[in-house]
Design a protein around this ligand. Structure first.
Ligand code: NAD
Length: 371
């Protein structure tokens, strides 16, 4: 968007009401409970320690109560930093004994992808509510087992799709639902980054796959939430230089199209060798676009309607996407309502990822079963 194009504060009057309507409402029958629920964080890697743990102090309904790691030095360092007593620091070996700790209500699994199912299921069996990072697991069979374990325990299962709690993405969904662009015809959704070598993301047994599992899943999930309906067909093409040592066991790039029942199409990008972070939804009356679309911060949104471009600026929310996400599971645990991104949401993405891989492998379009 050029500098000469107009910029406006769109949140006035009915627009403000529109955004308020899009934020997850809590489902308290009466007064909200006073006690904050305690999270155990499982896996003290980059995302957990840099993005999640520092945000827990800002939560209204949740707090940090326990740490789980295979590295004693990390337990000591972060335990001291966050004031977590030694009794609330766990290794992977004694992880199951979280069952006996009443200060742990919620477990946040932030491990490499192939470990999500095991550690989520063990948490459910320990009687805890689970927030599991994306991708939910590395196969739809694992996702189904996770859903079954949470159901059996009578506890919640939520997937870490933070963009569902981010105001601009939520606003885009509402604008489309309310007919701002007319009938949606095309969604483009691009996510990728240039990956550095020597990490678990490039090791299939730990990652379950390449860019698609890690970053392409943002393209997939955004295309689905923008379309507001489930795709019925996918067609994919992969491009991987197997001579590149980074891509010995996982794919680099996989691009795909999806067809929705309304006739809308999505064109999606997933890449480990080029930088992308954008989506755009185009309909008969105009388009809404974001770039960057799903960063940690610094979202930018534009619209174009009847030829007129506008930049959209929303007020800073009381809770950022991380805090809103962390609080949401606590609210759901206390109120009994289902998370807006429950296990079924992760399962749907995994079923589609499997169809996308199959389409690329077999070189043909794949019809997907109704969700
Ligand atoms: P990371 O490598 O920084 O952290 C992974 C942690 O798991 C490390 O502390 C590591 O010690 C631990 N671990 C335990 N068992 C391991 C094993 N067998 N092999 C390797 N590591 C092991 O990774 P990360 O970037 O923090 O990613 C963790 C999860 O969070 C992934 O599922 C990723 O997709 C997700 N993630 C989500 C977002 C988001 O924006 N939602 C962002 C980054 C990462």
């Amino acid at each position: 968007m050029s500098n000469g194009q107009s910029r406006r504060e769109i949140l006035t009057g009915s627009s403000a009401a529109l955004l308020a309507a899009t934020l997850p409402a809590c489902g308290w029958a009466q007064e909200p409970p006073k006690r904050k629920l305690g999270y155990a964080i499982v896996g003290l890697g980059s995302y957990a320690t840099n993005q999640i743990m520092p945000r827990l102090k800002d939560c209204e309904f949740a707090k940090l109560s326990a740490l789980v790691s295979g590295t004693p030095e990390k337990l000591e360092r972060y335990g001291t930093e966050y004031g977590i007593p030694k009794t609330h620091r766990y290794s992977y070996a004694n992880y199951d004994s979280i069952r006996d700790n009443p200060d742990i209500d919620l477990v946040y699994v932030v491990l490499p992808n192939a470990l999500h199912a095991e550690y989520s299921i063990r948490a459910s069996k320990a009687g805890k509510h689970v927030l599991c990072e994306k991708p939910m697991a590395v196969s739809s069979a694992e996702c189904e087992a996770m859903i079954a374990a949470a159901k059996k325990a009578g506890k919640k299962l939520m997937i870490g799709y933070r963009s569902h709690f981010e105001p601009y993405n939520r606003h885009g969904i509402e604008l489309i639902k309310n007919g701002f662009i007319g009938r949606p015809r095309l969604i483009t959704s691009e996510h990728g980054f240039t990956i550095q070598p020597n990490q678990w993301r490039l090791d299939r047994p730990l990652s379950g796959g390449g860019s698609m599992m890690d970053i392409g899943i943002y393209s997939l999930n955004a295309a689905r939430y923008l379309a507001g309906e489930e795709p019925v067909e996918v067609s994919a093409m992969e491009s991987t230089d197997r001579a590149d040592p980074r891509f010995r066991t996982v794919e680099d790039r996989i691009d795909w199209q999806m067809r929705f029942p309304s006739g809308a199409l999505a064109a999606c990008v997933s890449s480990y060798s080029s930088n992308h972070n954008a989506w755009r939804a185009t309909g008969g009356d105009g388009w809404i676009g974001m770039e960057p679309a799903t960063p940690y911060e610094g979202h930018q949104m534009w619209t174009r309607k009847r030829g007129k471009p506008e930049q959209v600026t929303l007020p800073v929310p009381a809770k950022n996407q991380f805090v809103a996400q962390l609080d949401h599971l606590a609210e759901c645990a206390m109120s009994g309502r289902e998370p807006i991104v429950a296990g079924e949401e992760g399962l749907r993405d995994m079923q589609l990822i499997e169809a996308i891989y199959r389409s690329a492998r077999e070189g043909k379009a794949i019809r997907v079963a109704k969700a």
